[in-house]
Design a protein around this ligand. Structure first.
Ligand SMILES: C[S@@+](CC[C@H](N)C(=O)[O-])C[C@H]1O[C@@H](n2cnc3c(N)ncnc32)[C@H](O)[C@@H]1O
Length: 264
């Protein structure tokens, strides 16, 4: 079973090594832009949903930028959960600077969200690099289902599992002249073990260990079914949302949006 607290330490260390100014200016975009931090496709899908008066949560919210952005669509209140205490502090700080007072942030392991949050949310969202931190998706989605109100909705915008088959720039297997080369099994069972920092937020350094997992589309769908969730929408996009642009618009599904409803 995964050691969530080893990942917590690795994420908190990555925040300590963050790029200078990382996340510090997010409040300005939240004040001045419409739905910043979402891709145009996802922003369009979010606009189709009536969030007015609803209660929303983001699991693995990192520095809160996406949840705070979503609040523009009229939700009554929002709660962001993330295991990394120092990153959650940045989220609270950003909310304050952006003048968003109906959204708060809680530092905790998603699997340990206390019962006080059960049956609490109309919407729960995961975005970009969130579900990979859980080895057991069935347990994760059961937690989601516990926290959703009856009839509530789960939104997942994340990396498409196929991206895990592709070598990324910097890896020895990557060859920009042969972008159709697959390097890893779609069915990889062993975790990804990384000790080089978290490139999108920090410089490279010999870091504490990040442990993450590949999940296939069928893992995701079957785990949702086991958690009594109905799939309402599943979109695939041919562009990446955070690892590398090398494979964009080359015919690979690189990201997806899934919307599912709690059955009862
Ligand atoms: C890649 S980041 C999400 C980034 C965010 N979507 C964004 O684009 O700003 C993944 C987040 O998951 C959090 N995380 C990892 N394991 C977790 C767990 N068991 N419970 C709660 N948060 C977790 C990490 O602390 C990290 O902030």
């Amino acid at each position: 079973m995964i050691d969530f607290y080893a990942n917590k330490e690795a994420w908190e260390e990555a925040f300590e090594h963050r790029h200078p100014g990382w996340g510090d200016e997010n409040y300005k975009r939240l004040r001045n832009e419409k739905l910043p931090f979402f891709t145009p496709d996802v922003a369009q899908e979010l606009r189709l949903i009536n969030f007015k008066g609803k209660s929303v949560a983001q699991f693995c919210c990192n520095n809160g930028r996406e949840l705070l952005s979503l609040m523009q669509l009229g939700a009554e209140n929002g709660v962001g959960f993330d295991i990394a205490e120092n990153i959650i502090n940045q989220a609270s700080d950003t909310a304050k600077k952006a003048g968003i007072d109906n959204c708060r942030f809680v530092a905790c392991n998603i699997m340990d969200i206390p019962e006080q949050y059960y049956n609490s949310f109309d919407y729960i969202m995961f975005t970009i690099g969130a579900i990979a931190w859980f080895d057991d998706l069935e347990r994760l989605f059961k937690k989601v289902s516990d926290c959703l109100r009856p009839g509530g909705t789960l939104l997942i915008h994340d990396f498409h599992p196929l991206i895990n088959m592709l070598p990324i720039p910097g890896e020895p297997e990557f060859d920009e002249n042969h972008l159709n080369k697959l390097a890893y099994s779609y069915f990889k069972k062993e975790p990804w073990i990384e000790n080089n920092g978290m490139s999108y937020m920090s410089e490279k350094y010999p870091s504490k260990t990040f442990t993450s997992f590949t999940h296939t589309i069928s893992d995701i769908i079957n785990s949702l079914i086991q958690a009594d969730m109905n799939i309402k929408k599943f979109n695939e996009y041919d562009y990446d949302i955070g690892i590398s642009e090398a494979y964009n618009e080359k015919g690979f599904p690189l990201s997806f949006l899934l919307i599912a409803g709690k059955v009862r």
